[in-house]
Every structure is written in structure tokens, then in C-alpha cells.
Design a protein around this ligand. Structure first.
Ligand code: HEC
Length: 212
């Protein structure tokens, strides 16, 4: 009986020993694998192994390229009002009045935008003698009787939709800035052909020191 008990105890001790040995070798194997995976130093001959490449490799975009998220079809930016007339419907656009008042602020802002966007082709006074001419075909004068007779909405239409060689400026100039440009173009037209009363008013204001 005792012999049997002793034998059993020895067997159990042996089993435990081999279990511990197994565990140790398993641990050593695991650490060496981890060590291999994370090993660094020395000169690498191949590119590093990427564990989660989806975070490292994003689609590359060039400067000025369309942003990653395209707006869903049929949506418009906030505050956007569509111009109701097609390119050929310039005459219908005459019915849309200029929403801006004639104030010094509006005229100065219109001057700034005109000198930024229109001056290159149309020239400082809108006579069609911009810096780009004659490399670019000379545009018609904005001082013409034709444009003087146009409604503000028709000029807005040309800036928005473009006309023959002149491209559309809808994506570059905000609607309120387009209306301000038109107020300034009217001021250029008036300054280009002042009435005798205009000349008198100007002389008076010059004397009073009211002119810029
Ligand atoms: C790249 C040069 C260029 C720029 C910049 C440009 N235009 Fe023009 N514009 C033209 C040309 C060229 C025409 C004549 C188009 C045609 O043949 O019908 C024209 C025509 C026009 C007309 C109609 C004239 C007419 O007699 O039919 C108006 C009004 C006008 N432009 C206003 C503007 C305003 C305002 C701006 C600034 C927002 C502007 N343009 C910017 C080149 C330009």
C-alpha cells in the first residue's frame, strides 16, 4: 500500500516538473518571436513591416485637387441661391434689380473686386484696355451705350454665366460682390461722361474738401 502511494507521488511530481518545463519553453519561444517582430537597429534592407497599413496609406491628393468628400448629388452649399437663367437668357435677367444700396462702402468694395477680377481685361476705366490686351482679344468697352442701356441684372448675368470669350466668374466672386462691382461700373460710366451738374457738384465738393 505504502509502496503504491510513494509511486503515485513520484509520478505526480514528474508530471508537474515536465509541465513547468513546457511552460518555460513556451514562454521563451513567445518572447523570441516578439523580439524578432519588434527588432530594430542596423540598416534595413527592406521596407518596414506595417501592422495596420490602412492608417498609414491614405489616398494622396495634389494641391488644388477636389477634396476627398464630394457633396451628395442634388445638394447646394448653405446660403446658395441658384441663378435662374441659362446662358442664353440674359435679357430675362434684366428683371432682377440690384439689391445693394449706392453707398460709399458698396462702391469701394465694388472697386476692390473690379480691380481684382475685371481690370486685367477691361482696363482701369472699363474701356477694354486691360494689361492682358492685345495678348488676349480686346473686350468691348463697358462705357458703351449698349452697356449703359443694360439693366444691372444683365451685367450680373454676364459675370455669372460668362459670354463667348469671357469666362464665368460665378465660382470666384460672391453674388453680393458681383452686385457691388456693377454699382462701381455705373460709377465708372458716370465718371466717363459727367453731366454739367456732376461737374458743378464735384467742383463744389472739392472746394469744401469733401472729395477723397
Ligand atoms: C479674361 C478677360 C476678361 C475678364 C477677367 C472679364 N471679362 Fe468681361 N468680357 C471679356 C470679353 C473678351 C468680352 C466680350 C465677350 C464677347 O465676345 O461677347 C467681355 C464682355 C463683358 C461684358 C459684355 C459687354 C458687351 O458689350 O457685350 C460685360 C458687361 C463684362 N464683360 C463685364 C465684366 C466684369 C464686370 C468683369 C469682372 C467681374 C469681367 N467682365 C471680367 C473679357 C473679360
Amino acid at each position: 500500500m505504502r509502496k503504491k502511494l510513494k509511486q503515485l507521488c513520484e509520478e505526480e511530481a514528474g508530471r508537474r516538473k515536465s509541465e513547468v518545463r513546457n511552460r518555460t519553453s513556451y514562454f521563451l519561444l513567445l518572447t523570441s518571436i516578439l523580439g524578432l517582430l519588434t527588432a530594430c537597429g542596423g540598416t534595413k534592407k527592406s521596407p518596414p513591416w506595417e501592422y495596420m497599413p490602412n492608417m498609414l496609406e491614405t489616398t494622396s491628393l495634389k494641391a488644388q485637387e477636389w477634396p476627398m468628400r464630394t457633396p451628395p448629388a442634388g445638394t447646394v452649399p448653405r446660403g446658395f441661391t441658384a441663378w435662374a437663367f441659362t446662358k442664353e437668357e440674359g435679357e430675362k435677367a434684366a428683371s432682377i434689380p440690384n439689391p445693394l444700396p449706392i453707398t460709399k462702402e458698396v462702391l469701394l468694395s465694388g472697386q476692390k473686386s473690379f480691380n481684382t477680377y475685371c481690370i486685367v481685361c477691361h482696363g482701369e476705366r472699363g474701356k477694354g484696355d486691360g494689361f492682358i490686351v492685345p495678348k488676349f482679344p480686346r473686350p468691348p468697352s463697358l462705357q458703351s451705350d449698349k452697356i449703359k442701356g443694360w439693366a444691372d441684372g444683365q451685367i450680373f448675368h454676364v459675370i455669372t454665366r460668362g459670354q463667348n470669350l469671357m469666362p464665368s466668374y460665378a465660382t470666384q466672386i460672391r453674388p453680393e460682390d458681383r452686385w457691388a462691382i456693377i454699382r462701381y461700373v455705373r460709377a465708372l460710366q458716370r465718371a466717363g461722361a459727367p453731366t454739367p451738374e456732376d461737374v458743378e457738384t464735384l467742383k463744389k465738393q472739392l472746394k469744401e474738401g469733401k472729395v477723397l
